[in-house]
Design a protein around this ligand. Structure first.
Ligand code: AMP
Ligand code: MG
Length: 416
């Protein structure tokens, strides 16, 4: 049996980055840029006003104050998107809206609040300036954001909302990114029933395929549900072959020591078992290998069948694999140090991942267990926002001790 750390290392050795493809910018959230993006344009294109107010020659505002306003003649109004037709000469001002180009002659803008048109909305022939401005006041310079020809986003950048916005500001509707992996998911077990069917006596619904598909989506992959294989080699192999074009294969169940646990055998016949069993709880029976019955070698994760174990296996090993194939560099979940509000036993030297609710109290994180920790109790995952990590060599963690918690979620944010 290998350690969690060693298992992750072995997994990542078998995972390589996928190719790039061109994609519409709104489809790229969470993907990694596969090109350096240069700007074809200057942003903003011209010097323009940062405020609604009056474009002036700053020299004309010398000595202006509420008690001694400087009166300027208003010669034009210019809106955003319009072009001023006149030049501002001494003693003149042009009424200007935010984003409108700065007229020739003007070198500053006095905002409405510093004029006697403090409420806005007027169209006076003359305006009283109530404050001095320096050259450049409330002026946004051409190119202050982006200059034409410059490198704006580097290859390798993860695309978030801001990057989508920057691409849009350059007029880019599409961009090259490393493509998302197709992750095929096959449930195994004679006891499983599809969720659309009535539930016969003694059977259970196939929940794993759905929790796993949701995790695939969450971390940026494309899930492909292959349905349920019953516990015999032919059915399992036929199921796996449905995923022969996938980038990653997941199965759940059939990896323990039971009579019908055949995933490992099938993998050994149709490819290679890299490891089986990891010193962790839950999720010990994980098998990982390479399936060679597809169009190319496909990394296969034979996840434990218990619903919590399958999800924990996923978070620990499949998530980093998905992130790596997508070209990401940061593969670990965030962790926090928290005070444990309960006690955790760790009897057999495995690394324990206990479902917990982490909250901040008086500036410190407090972690309390969700309740019973059976690996079949899927509602414990639904309650949890983190997994308390108990090291292999620690037989017991007492109440009040500091523990490391791997955070599954931060608030209601979904990170992709
Ligand atoms: P196994 O390793 O196949 O013996 O499965 C371990 C436990 O997980 C059994 O109680 C199974 O019924 C349960 N299980 C396996 N696959 C699924 C699934 N797709 N959805 C829900 N429970 C499952
Ligand atoms: Mg089974």
């Amino acid at each position: 049996m290998i350690s969690v750390d060693e298992a992750l290392e072995r997994v990542l050795e078998h995972i390589s980055v996928l190719e790039a493809e061109e994609s519409p910018i709104l489809g790229c959230l969470g993907q990694v840029l596969a090109e350096d993006v240069f700007s074809p344009i200057t942003i903003p294109p011209l010097d323009n006003s940062a405020m609604d107010g009056y474009a002036v020659r700053s020299a004309d505002t010398r000595g202006a104050s509420p008690k001694s306003p400087r009166l300027l003649r208003v010669i034009e109004t210019v809106a955003a998107g319009a072009t001023p037709s006149l030049e501002v000469k001494a003693g003149e001002a042009i009424r200007i809206m935010t984003g409108a180009p700065l007229p020739n002659g003007a070198d500053a803008v006095v905002r409405f609040e510093s004029t006697d048109e403090s409420e806005g909305g007027g169209n006076p022939p003359e305006i009283g300036i109530l404050a001095e401005v320096e050259p450049g006041t409330e002026v946004r310079r051409a190119g202050e954001d982006i200059s034409a020809g410059s490198l704006v986003l580097r290859k390798g950048t993860v695309i978030r909302a801001a990057e989508v916005g920057v691409l849009a500001s350059l007029g880019r509707g599409k961009v090259r990114v490393i493509r998302r992996p197709v992750v095929a998911i096959l449930a195994t077990g004679d006891e499983l029933v599809e969720i659309t069917k009535p539930l016969p006596q003694g059977k259970i619904y196939n929940s794993n395929s759905y929790s796993l598909a949701a995790l695939v989506l969450r971390y940026g992959g494309i899930p492909k549900l292959l349905g349920i294989a019953i516990d015999n080699e032919d059915s399992l192999l036929a199921g796996l072959r449905l995923g022969k074009e996938a980038d990653i294969l997941l199965t759940s169940g059939g990896v323990s020591l039971g009579d019908y646990d055949i995933v490992r055998e099938v993998l050994a016949k149709q490819g290679e078992v890299v490891f089986w069993q990891v010193r962790q709880k839950p999720g010990k029976p994980l098998v990982f290998g390479v399936f060679r019955g597809g169009v190319r070698d496909i990394p296969l994760f034979g996840l434990a069948g218990n619903p919590v174990s399958a999800m924990v296996n996923f978070e620990l090993f499949v998530r980093p694999a998905i992130l790596k194939v997508m070209g990401k560099k940061s593969l670990t979940k965030p962790t926090v140090e928290a005070v444990l509000a309960d006690e955790i036993e760790n009897s057999d030297g495995r690394r324990v991942f206990a479902r917990a609710i982490v909250e901040k109290h008086d500036g410190k994180y407090l972690a309390r267990l969700t309740g019973p920790q059976g690996s079949g109790i899927l509602t414990s995952m639904a309650l949890a926002n983190g997994l308390v990590v108990v090291p292999e060599d620690k037989p017991r963690v007492k109440r009040g001790e500091l523990v490391k918690v791997m955070m599954l979620d931060w608030g209601e944010e979904i990170d992709i």
